[in-house]
Design a protein around this ligand. Structure first.
Ligand SMILES: Nc1ncnc2c1ncn2[C@@H]1O[C@H](COP(=O)(O)OP(=O)(O)OP(=O)(O)O)[C@@H](O)[C@H]1O
Length: 255
């Protein structure tokens, strides 16, 4: 057994996905390592988001989707188990645009734990504080927890979204272009946060920003037309790509 197999948190084998008749992923295989940041890059429409969504079965919500192949998370084939709620608790997700509910900051973060049946006020207070601290936003919001979350800046809202994901105590956090709607300073804050989060969580991030992939990720997968062209240590993908198509993309010659 080599090292990457030993530490694989998610193991994807021969995964294909069809939207009706249209194939979007072609026999994708890759191992995602635990407590590392894995970046998914590639031109628009190459299947990055589709792939990301297969990891917590979000594509199940779309009519006509057919998936073949295996995704094993912690030794369990997620498409053979029917416990999608448990899966989505374990594999949290942060979207491109902050999508907080129109309620207070506190209630947003407490929403998931409450839905899981946690009612005890002290326990909820603890989860909310720990999650907001974990998302590096506690100091900015601790005096206004009961104010509307929608009154925060976009960058603050995105960190509260991350806190909301953390509150569910996931192992894995999927991020779909989490900074594309943010200004440069908020982007930097979220990137710093990602560097902190990987001490505890396995992170998979879709990004269009090459510098961001190079800055935050340990490994990078380059997708093209629904296939993985290259998957390697990030530094190799950017400095010493093996495939000409990867080189063309990371040097900005196409896409
Ligand atoms: N719900 C859907 N129904 C049908 N086709 C879809 C659906 N979602 C995505 N697709 C198609 O699947 C392919 C992959 O799309 P996907 O959104 O995964 O790409 P992407 O690499 O994330 O693109 P972008 O960078 O623009 O977000 C595209 O051809 C897209 O049109």
């Amino acid at each position: 057994m080599n090292q990457s197999e030993e530490t694989a948190k998610i193991s994807v084998k021969d995964l294909s996905l069809f939207y009706g008749d249209k194939q979007a992923l072609y026999s994708v295989s890759l191992d995602i390592e635990e407590k590392k940041v894995t970046a998914l890059i590639g031109p628009s429409g190459c299947g990055k988001s589709t792939f990301l969504r297969t990891l917590n079965r979000m594509n199940d919500l779309i009519d006509g989707v057919k998936i073949t192949g295996d995704i094993v998370v912690d030794n369990e084939d997620i498409y053979k188990s029917n416990d999608v709620i448990k899966l989505r608790t374990k594999v949290g997700m942060v979207f491109q645009k902050p999508n907080l509910f129109p309620m207070s900051i506190y209630d947003n973060v407490a929403y998931g734990p409450r839905a899981q049946g946690i009612k005890n006020k002290k326990e909820l207070n603890k989860i909310v504080e720990e999650s907001l601290r974990g998302a590096a936003i506690w100091d900015e919001v601790k005096d206004r927890l009961k104010s509307s979350a929608l009154g925060l800046s976009g960058g603050q809202q995105q960190r509260v979204c991350i806190a909301r994901a953390i509150a569910m105590k996931p192992d894995i956090i999927l991020m779909d272009e989490p900074t594309s709607a943010l200004d440069p300073i908020s982007t930097l804050k979220v990137e710093e946060l990602i560097a902190q989060l990987k001490k505890e969580y396995t992170i998979v991030i879709v990004t269009h920003n090459m510098q961001q992939a190079a800055r935050v990720s340990d490994k990078t997968a380059f997708f093209l037309s629904g296939e993985i062209i290259e998957y390697d240590v990030t530094n190799n993908v950017f400095s010493n790509p093996k495939d000409q198509r990867t080189e063309d993309y990371v040097t900005g010659r196409f896409g």
